[in-house]
Write a protein that binds this ligand. Structure first.
Ligand code: HEC
Length: 153
């Protein structure tokens, strides 16, 4: 068994080290990617669900529910990771106001995460559909204040 695992551990280690080296290259960019990646997943799933709820694409209860559960799982992640000081320039649309008002931002994010988890736990697709609009209020409320339409430079 030992022999079998050694190459695996070595491979994992070298991947981890490569990742660490990249992060060391540009920790700010890494932080931006870390906060943008879950938002991208949220946007993709939510956009799909919103289109289905509005009837822009055909209704499919199983697919709708699966996407909703995925949103619930993303709500388990720490979505505040990546909002570090000095990371509000460059390839980011997060306004510097996030940093100036980090407590308010964090509060909004925590509320959102609770909403995501609750949403993911809804038992049937129809009840979930009825709550899509409420979930969307979180996005609007935060983006309006803290996210610009264009990148910061
Ligand atoms: C508490 C604040 C907050 C909430 C709530 C929030 N977002 Fe965001 N979102 C942000 C910020 C800030 C950015 C910009 C991040 C950056 O560019 O560094 C962002 C970026 C995005 C992006 C672009 C990601 C990328 O690739 O750059 C998408 C898509 C997105 N959000 C979708 C959503 C959706 C959909 C919801 C609601 C279901 C939502 N967000 C809720 C703060 C929030």
């Amino acid at each position: 068994m030992k022999k079998l695992f050694m190459p695996l551990i070595a491979a994992t280690l070298s991947i981890t080290l490569a990742g660490a080296a990249l992060a060391a290259d540009d920790p700010i960019r890494k932080a931006q990617e870390l906060r943008q990646a879950p938002m991208k997943l949220i946007g993709n799933n939510f956009g799909f669900m919103n289109a289905m709820a509005k009837g822009d694409i055909p209704w499919n209860a199983a697919e709708f529910q699966a996407r909703g559960r995925e949103l619930g799982a993303i709500g388990q992640l720490d979505l505040m990771r990546g909002y570090v000081p000095d990371s509000y320039e460059g390839k980011t649309r997060a306004k510097p106001d996030v940093d100036f008002e980090i407590d308010d931002f964090q509060e909004k994010m925590q509320k959102f995460q609770v909403a995501l988890r609750d949403f993911g736990g809804i038992k049937d697709a129809d009840s979930m559909k009825a709550k899509v609009g409420d979930l969307g209020e979180n996005c609007k409320g935060c983006h309006k204040k803290y996210k610009s339409k264009e990148y910061q430079d």
